[in-house]
Design a protein around this ligand. Structure first.
Ligand code: NDP
Ligand code: BG6
Length: 489
């Protein structure tokens, strides 16, 4: 049984899509595993006027169970109709919070989860403090959803408004990729294995490729997505987080502050491109029609002349001793060939191919060693190495050593939101984005956005079901390299 944690959760945006689809089911898993037992209570808030009973009915539906256990869990849920801009109403919320704190013996521990539009984050954080809902008895933590700003300036403004009410260590900025099993495994693989970490540098690694490919389009989120685009939606947060875990130095210890310090150091050495470099090193795309998918510009809530990118590919360079000269190529997009996330670490070829002497029967050149980290949907890794085949004569050929998590075990892997809520309860910030990480990521991304905003793109430029526009291939081929994951045409 897990260690029991006690807290009052207040979910702002408690009737939203994210809360019902991800947050309450994750809370239920924590309950089943014993992290939450008797000493917890949940207040859901939104403007909709619901009774506790009606709210519980919706939570029951969202966790997909009406077992005895589920009913006990749901009995800890309460609802408070509340417009977050209405200062006066915070006193009602405060009274409810105090009542539940006493009833469930919560020792003043509070988690405020802001699962609503980001323009409310500053307002809610401010009122939580000024209206006295935050108390000094236990811990008070603020969990906030993405997006954290839409550029460095707006992110800074948001951060300053949060900082008036909460200390940095009390703010937990969600990046759900950091809750994924195989993303967390990057540190285990790197820092738990001499054979990996000793080769993890520009002397042995030729390039690293990070691909976050999605087969679906924007679904019903077009009004948000069209103002964001792939660069802000996926690169500024998820990809920059993955890249910083791949690039960072070994932390002094596996603690949140040590890991964050190294991630920030890595991001500080990421080369921020000038205008010409940004234009050369990043490409964008938007899908047109094809494979029975309608073009992005014909999606509901998307303007017919939208210039929003649904695809990004780019090359990142770190100017530090470990990585100087080794590019990190990244790409992500909607309605691509498949849904998967992977990292391919491409090693340099042996300096001399001794098997290829004049007259040698070994006709195949040595292949490149590649370490592939499969993040999702399959989880595991593979290492491609050269070996002799088992036939007469001497012929080398690449073989792959593979470890894939058993699909049955994968089913038992906690969902990112379950892990992250658990971490927030423990006060462990390892798998959340710190302000410094967010700010360096924005500074890098802003420069790309700035250059793109100078010139209208020639959209649409890729077909649904492909791996993006031709420019993404050209970007890497220009460097005499190619994407490890390619479509079998
Ligand atoms: P929804 O639009 O589904 O939900 C918004 C919630 O906020 C509703 O409960 C709504 O209820 C409430 N709300 C809106 N205005 C107010 C107000 N003035 N006062 C009080 N409550 C209000 O959003 P999502 O659940 O999809 O997203 C929530 C957050 O999570 C966003 O920041 C989003 O970017 C992020 N996110 C969402 C993901 C998803 O898959 N849905 C994925 C990743 C991040 P009511 O209208 O009744 O007030
Ligand atoms: C979200 C983006 O952060 O991540 C979505 O807003 C995207 O546009 C999603 O679809 C992808 O997450 P996952 O876990 O499905 O790879």
């Amino acid at each position: 049984m897990a260690t029991e944690r006690s807290a009052l959760f207040i979910f702002f945006g408690g009737t939203g899509d994210l809360a019902y689809r991800k947050l309450y089911p994750s809370m239920f898993n924590l309950y089943r595993k014993g992290t939450l037992q008797e000493k917890f209570a949940v207040i859901g808030t939104a403007r909709d006027k619901l009774t506790d009973e009606k709210f519980r009915e919706k939570v029951r539906k969202s966790i997909g169970s009406d077992s005895k256990e589920a009913e006990k869990f749901i009995s800890h849920f309460y609802y408070e109709a509340h417009d977050v801009t209405d200062q006066a109403h915070y006193s009602v919320l405060k009274a409810r919070a105090e009542e539940l704190d006493k009833k469930y013996k919560l020792s003043g521990n509070q988690i405020f989860y802001l699962s609503m539009a980001p323009n409310f984050f500053g307002t809610v954080a401010g009122y939580l403090r000024t209206e006295g809902i935050v108390n000094d008895n236990g811990f008070s933590r603020l969990v906030i959803e993405k997006p954290f700003g839409r550029d460095f300036e707006s992110a800074k403004e948001l951060n300053e408004s949060l900082a008036k009410s909460f200390k940095e260590e009390e703010i937990f900025r969600i990046d759900h990729y950091l809750g994924k099993e195989m993303i967390q495994n990057i540190e285990a693989l790197r820092f738990g294995n001499t054979i990996i970490e000793s080769l993890w540098n520009n002397r042995y690694i030729d390039n690293i490729q990070v691909t976050l490919s999605e087969s679906l389009g924007v679904e019903e989120r077009a009004s948000y997505y069209d103002k964001s685009g792939a660069l802000r939606d996926m690169v500024q947060n998820h990809i920059m987080q993955i890249v910083s875990l791949l690039a960072m130095e070994q932390p002094v210890a596996f603690t949140d502050s040590d890991i964050r310090a190294e991630k920030v150091k890595a991001l500080r050495s990421l080369r921020v491109y000038n205008v010409a470099e940004a234009a050369t090193n990043f490409v964008r795309g938007q899908y047109g029609a094809g494979n029975k998918v309608k073009p992005y510009r014909e999606e509901d809530n998307v303007p017919a002349d939208s210039t929003t990118e649904t695809f990004v590919a780019g090359k990142l360079m770190f100017d530090n001793y470990r990585w100087s000269g080794t590019p990190f190529y990244i790409r992500t997009g909607k309605v691509l060939a498949d849904k998967f996330t992977r990292v391919d670490v491409v090693f340099k070829k042996p300096l001399v191919d001794i098997f290829a002497f004049p007259g040698s029967t070994n006709t195949a050149p040595l292949d490149t060693n590649i370490l592939t980290l499969y993040i999702e949907p399959k989880a595991g890794f593979a290492l491609k190495i050269n070996a002799k085949n088992n036939e007469q004569g001497f012929q080398t050929e690449p073989v792959t050593m593979k470890y894939l998590v058993d699909p049955e075990d994968s089913k038992k892997t906690p969902e990112p939101y379950e892990r992250l809520i658990h971490d927030a309860l423990k006060g462990d910030g390892t798998n959340f984005s710190s302000w410094q990480e967010v700010s360096y990521a924005w500074k890098f991304v802003d420069q790309i956005r700035h250059v793109w905003d100078l010139q209208a793109p020639n959209f649409p430029n890729y077909t649904p079901g492909s791996m993006g526009p031709a420019a993404a291939d050209e970007l890497i081929e220009r460097d005499h390299r190619s994407w490890v994951y390619k479509l079998n045409k």
